[in-house]
Design a protein around this ligand. Structure first.
Ligand code: GLU
Length: 446
């Protein structure tokens, strides 16, 4: 078998057989394969060497136990993984997630997505993802530190600046990266750029924290410009209140849009007057420092707090920035009925496949692998700075981020040309695939 099978059903039934029960991974591959297989069928150059079959099999998965001691002296054990998906175009690169929903299937889906996303950035980064089913909510600083150190005691064997460079994701921010990097430094006796998202005082890049959220708004700006429209004056619904959402809100405000919502796992606030800079500072303090609930915003500013998600709120633009599968078909329909113009994903796969189908056919719709690539792009810039032992200014980093988001947009337009509108999903899938496939072909069967 050396020719790629281009029939989607046959391809997917083989994949499901090889990866039983891994629903999240199946969904991610299905989305990519439904664009890439027809592309392969039309392009002889990509028909040999089982390219998509090889790209859907991770290079390796490392699975290990993380033992740690909680504040009451109890011994606890969690499971952790690093999925090193594909290093055809550069060292493995991707975040680490701490959340009770983390499974091997979730990390395979995220590592697969990351391979395409990293390719789209144009930087030399392969795809990986890691994480643990550890739930960081309610844990003390000491517990977080001991968990991170124990995790790195095993993980350090498999990472390094030319090998695999982890970063943050859900549940892993500056604090956790600091603890893990500290332990890596100690165990490896080196100070290298083996992780990104580091504090600026120890090799981190300025602008990394803001990059995913700012990048998603830059991408939206490109989508709007492409249809002779803009962001200024537009209303926006944003979900989440983590790193991505906070800096998406920030950039929306800076570019003159009016964000109306923010959320956390308990519900969402709707502020019809718009979230402004001062209110955003309140949310940043609430979430980044005090780690409180979003309802406090509604109490302080006298607006509505409701359980659930904000997708019934009327707005021009939407930015799901919380987590996967947070926006379903009914949510998509309600956004469309309320006159939505465009949606850009800040999270990884926040829209279910039914929702994605609806959005793709009715509005401008950017999948996360294109629109949220700003975070990993600035991680790539952090790697470059670390290798050169230099620190760029925020102006330099922001300029490069904007250029990268513009180039990703161009790639999506190149491969996603459509009758009524650009199909950004197809554009991102094929644009991401071609670079990795070219590298796989030129490096022989390995
Ligand atoms: N976790 C982020 C993502 O999903 C960033 C990964 C990184 O910076 O390596 O792209």
């Amino acid at each position: 078998m050396s020719k790629t099978c281009t029939d989607l059903d046959t391809f997917m039934s083989g994949l499901k057989k090889r990866n039983p029960g891994q629903k999240e991974f199946h969904a991610a591959v299905h989305e990519v394969a439904s664009d890439v297989l027809p592309f392969i069928a039309d392009n002889k150059d990509y028909q040999g060497e089982c390219l998509l079959e090889r790209l859907t099999e991770p290079d390796r998965i490392i699975s290990f136990r993380v033992s740690w001691v909680d504040d009451d002296g109890n011994v606890r054990a969690n499971r952790a993984w690093r999925v090193q998906f594909c290093n055809a175009i550069g060292p493995y690169k991707g975040g680490i997630r701490f959340h009770e929903t983390v499974t091997e299937s979730v990390l395979k889906f995220l590592g697969f997505e990351q391979t395409f996303k990293n390719s789209l950035t144009g930087l030399p980064m392969g795809g990986a993802k890691g994480g643990s089913n550890f739930n960081p909510k309610g844990k003390s600083d000491g517990e977080i530190m001991r968990f991170c150190q124990s995790m790195m005691t095993e993980l350090h064997r498999y990472i390094g600046p030319d090998k695999d460079v982890p970063a943050g994701d859900i549940g892993v921010g500056a604090r956790e990266i600091g603890y893990m990097f500290g332990q890596y430094r100690r165990l490896s006796h080196t100070f290298t750029g083996a992780m990104t998202g580091k504090g600026v005082s120890f090799g981190g890049s300025v602008g990394r924290k803001e990059a995913t959220g700012h990048g998603v708004v830059y991408f939206m700006r490109e989508m709007m410009h492409a249809v002779d429209d803009g962001i200024e004056g537009k209303t926006a619904v944003v979900s989440g209140s983590g790193n991505v959402a906070l800096y998406c809100l920030e950039k929306l405000i800076q570019l003159g849009a009016k964000p109306l919502t923010a959320s956390d796992s308990s519900g969402f606030i709707h502020d019809p007057d718009g979230i402004d800079e001062e209110k955003l500072d309140f949310i940043k303090d609430l979430k980044e420092v005090r780690r409180g609930r979003i309802k406090e915003y509604a109490d302080k500013y006298g607006c509505n707090f409701s359980e659930g998600r904000p997708w019934d709120i009327k707005a021009d633009l939407a930015f799901p920035c919380a987590t996967q599968n947070e926006l379903d078909k009914d949510d998509a329909q309600s956004l469309i009925d309320n006159g939505l113009i465009a949606l850009a994903e800040g999270a990884n796969m926040p829209c279910t496949s039914d929702a994605q189908h609806l959005l793709r056919n009715n509005v401008l719709y950017a999948p996360g692998k294109a629109s949220n690539a700003g975070g990993v792009a600035v991680s790539g810039l952090e790697q470059s700075q670390n290798s050169q032992r230099v620190s760029w200014s925020i102006e330099e980093v922001d300029k490069r981020l904007q250029e990268i988001m513009e180039k990703i947009h161009c790639k999506c337009v190149k491969y996603g040309e459509g009758k009524d509108r650009t199909d950004y999903v197809r554009g991102a899938n094929i644009g991401g695939f071609t670079k990795v496939a070219d590298a796989l072909q030129q490096c022989g069967v390995v």
